[in-house]
Design a protein around this ligand. Sequence first.
Ligand code: IMO
Ligand code: MG
Length: 422
Amino acid sequence: MNIVIVGTQWGDEGKGKVIDILSEKVDVVVRYQGGNNAGHTVVVDGAEYIFHLIPSGILHKGKVCCIGNGVVVDPEVLLQEIAGLERAGIRPARRLKISDLAHLILPYHRILDQLREMKRTHKIGTTNRGIGPCYADKINRCGIRMVDLLNSRVFADKLKDNLREKNEIFRKVYGHPGFDFNKIYRQYMGYAAKLSGYVCNTALLLDEAVNRGKDILFEGAQGTFLDIDFGTYPFVTSSSTVSGGAAVGTGVSPDKIDKVIGVAKAYTTRVGEGPFPTEFPARFGTFMRDKGSEFGATTGRPRRCGWFDSVMVREAVMINGITDLAVMKLDILDGLKSIKICVAYKYKGKVFREFPHDASVINGAVPVYKEVPGWRGAVAGVAKFNGLPANARSYISRLQDLLGTKMSIISVGCARKDTIFL
Ligand code: IMO
Ligand code: MG
């Protein structure tokens, strides 16, 4: 069975843990979009691993892990991640495959990300990793791909072409001195030597896997509301984070995808700027952030926190074709007197049951809440749904009814064992 794992909110839903658990049952794990803006945390035997580029499945021996063509790769970060794994005794050498069509992040992408963000009046709050500028070059047909990196003449040619135009823009628009060809060229030829053994036609490799009846897990990064089309534009990332992106970002045709599992936090968080209708008031927000350790896995920034928004997640269920939902971090809601679930928005006297696209409606949306009683005691360590406190069970059933999809996984703690399967 080929399964897509997709975030249903603004990222950081707990995809890393779900992927780690499901990796055991599949043969290949593939990332299909995003780059090292992602931070996927997995806790195994008390040790924490944070992945930015390499699929979280790498922790399982023998699993092949692919970085698909839809991913943007910062070679320096990738090499650091490989080195980190080797230090932890995990050898990705023969199991890690990088698509030759994946685009490269270059130093000018990172700097441009920072400079543009500094100049913006309405900041996006990007991760400053060069993700947006790299995708922009891809669409603008001046990007440089893995396959180009492995051919020094092609690489030199494309780099020169880019610098000719970009250095002028850097100087004239941003007052930045620009970039030296030789320096980047030498640096990237060094990366090429180290990475060439990993690079291949991953679409072909995945097709062979499909034909041999192997199971593939597609690891989504970010979330539906950070999607370039369906997210809260312009406060989004620059890739197709939704399940449809899995086909485009890997070359596996849509008819080979059997199932889409959505991942949602039992509440909502967001890093960076942009609308967030159910955001907690400041003091309660700080309390919940500390309770849930809600700090970005990539940038360390504090995450904004809020109530579960069923308007959003229902939209995510529709767009991604989600049949199964994993609800994460239920334990963080332990001990609250009551819990709110957003069921609609109100704006200028009008009720919105579907996610609005008009920026002024989203920005001014006042959530309509259903309030349900909380539970006493801790849900951590509970292994079966029936072992949960009655009010925790009814919270989950309420979400299920509102979303019209079944809950297959409930996470009640960081560890692999703190997971309820339904
Ligand atoms: P995972 O995969 C949460 C957010 C940034 C910013 C916006 C655009 O760990 O869930 P970018 O650098 O991508 O141009 O930033 O997207 N963002 C994420 N937020 N989790 C992520 O990844 C994110 N990746 C990007 O904070 O608001
Ligand atoms: Mg994250």
